[in-house]
Design a protein around this ligand. Structure first.
Ligand SMILES: Nc1ncnc2c1ncn2[C@@H]1O[C@H](COP(=O)(O)OP(=O)(O)OP(=O)(O)O)[C@@H](O)[C@H]1O
Ligand SMILES: Cc1ncc(COP(=O)(O)O)c(N)n1
Length: 260
């Protein structure tokens, strides 16, 4: 049994964050664990409050897990403060964590700033270098690089710049492109493209969380990064197809338990 860990924020409505990650881990037949960095009061319409967890408690959660359990893959999502980013990075180095997927969460679909402005530098300088793969969406790739990103060529340029910042692989996600949602992977030498038909649904809350967790699962299972991304892209496309209407705003993708 592969053991997966998510380090992220809690989404009370269950569509993104810790809840999306644990659902992904379970539905892909792995054992899921969580380190909660923040509690958000959130639903399909917005984020209405955030309580950051003290960084000492974040560290204690990581220590409790790694001192007892072998962890096969780690996904890192919302971390809002630089002091928490610093503690997470030093803890993951100390415990020699492997297969680290960093989803550089900055702003929710509903427009709430989940990353404090002061923490952007720590995210870039500390979190990116420990990542096996980092998965920015178009907006996050723009924030990290300072580029304006409109098409695949711009995504490639962003991939090259972000790769220089230290992660082994960069996946620039194209969910927010105006046409087909094509994601671009860069390994420092060449690009790979992951194309899917756009699923016509309002339920896109948690797509990035789900994709990054699925990538962590496939890396933990021993897939090469490019193959793992391909499988994870199939998973998120299916989770979008399976989504059902929920709430009055942007509903969540839906996870399914094929073995049940
Ligand atoms: N309507 C859609 N149909 C098919 N695939 C999509 C759609 N929207 C997003 N995707 C895919 O979902 C994955 C997540 O991409 P996206 O760019 O939406 O990330 P994100 O903005 O970080 O997500 P979130 O912030 O909601 O967690 C990518 O593989 C993207 O191509
Ligand atoms: C706790 C948490 N983590 C991540 C997201 C991003 O997801 P989305 O962009 O779909 O709102 C979120 N809304 N909440």
């Amino acid at each position: 049994m592969k053991k997966l860990l998510t380090i992220a924020g809690s989404d009370s409505s269950g569509g993104a964050g810790i809840q999306a990650d644990l659902k992904t881990f379970s539905s892909l037949g792995t054992y899921g664990m969580s380190v909660i960095t923040a509690i958000t009061a959130q639903n399909t319409q917005g984020v209405f409050g955030v309580q950051d967890i003290d960084e000492e408690v974040v560290y204690k959660q990581i220590e409790a897990i790694f001192s007892d359990i072998e962890v096969d893959g780690v996904k890192i999502g919302m971390v809002s403060k630089s002091s928490t980013i610093e503690i997470i990075v030093s803890a993951l180095k100390k415990f020699k964590a492997k297969n680290i997927v960093v989803d550089p969460v900055m702003v929710s679909k509903s427009g709430y700033h989940l990353l404090q402005r002061e923490a952007k530098k720590a995210l870039i300088e500390q979190l990116l270098p420990i990542a096996t793969i980092v998965t920015p969406n178009l907006f996050e790739a723009e924030e990290i690089t300072g580029l304006t990103i409109k098409d695949i060529k711009d995504m490639e340029k962003a991939g090259e710049i972000i790769h220089q910042m230290g992660p082994r692989f960069v996946l620039v996600k194209g969910g927010h492109l105006s046409e087909k949602p094509i994601d671009v992977l860069y390994d420092g030498e060449k690009f790979k493209y992951y194309e899917a038909e756009r699923v016509n649904t309002k339920s896109t809350h948690g797509t990035g969380c789900t994709l990054s967790s699925a990538i962590a699962v496939y890396l933990a299972k021993g897939y090469q990064v490019d193959e793992g991304v391909k499988k994870a892209k199939e998973y998120i496309t299916q989770a979008l197809i399976n989504a059902f209407p929920l709430g009055k705003g942007t509903g969540p993708v839906h996870h399914f338990y094929s073995w049940w």
